[in-house]
Design a protein around this ligand. Sequence first.
Ligand SMILES: [Zn+2]
Length: 270
Amino acid sequence: MQTRSNAVRLRAVAIAIALAVLSTAWAFAAEAQSTEDRDVLFQVSTIGALLEGVYDGPVTFGELHRHGDFGLGTFNRLDGEMIGFGGDFYQINAQGVANRVPDRWQTPFAVVTFFDTDQSAVIDRVRTYDDLQQLIEKTLPTPNICYAIKVTGQFDYVKARSVPAQQRPYPKLVEAIKDQSVFEFRNVRGTLVGFWMPEYMKGVNVAGYHLHFLDEDRTSGGHLLECRVREAVVEIDYTRSFYMVLPEQADFDAADLRSDKEKELHRVEK
Ligand SMILES: [Zn+2]
């Protein structure tokens, strides 16, 4: 009897130690993950699927919040331009008006991360979006990783666009943007939010720049088409991890994602 109860006690101790070791390991894992997670670019679907008219997706903005608070994308039915900034997601609707996005809304395409500044610079008097692109590109340490980009300051001019919600059967994106609205802002304070991606991301995302604009009052903005910067701070976040979720959904599964869509993408983005 004595031996047996010792054995039982020993086993109990062994289990307790195992649990303690396990929970320590979990604590370490959770800590490591939360640190690493901030540098992960989290993407829903592909730009190719969006070009093909896959405008409904199952991922909610409540879910998206767990993967980042900074980024861009769109909404189910292609109902406007999305911009994630300062911990909130905003919809820029077809009238150019910014609205806070409810957690229950869903997205067919989004890219988000938690923004941590790895480098920053003050810029002034940048005459065009092209010039801004070249200026930033010169400072990137390598063309082979993804960058989150934030430009905050005073703009002499911003030209942005948004798109109206579409009806099924959905047209391709090149067709849908024929209904786009274009907005011009002069002498406006605000922020450009977006990404620079390497050439090899073609098809998955937009190679090069993709930026959205939100004004300082968070009342208007859109997908950036042109700008003139008076003075601003450029912040860049290096991201070396990429996590993509492909929607489990008939539209996505049926879309033809094999062909090169670079020309279509150029028309849609610029
Ligand atoms: Zn956009």
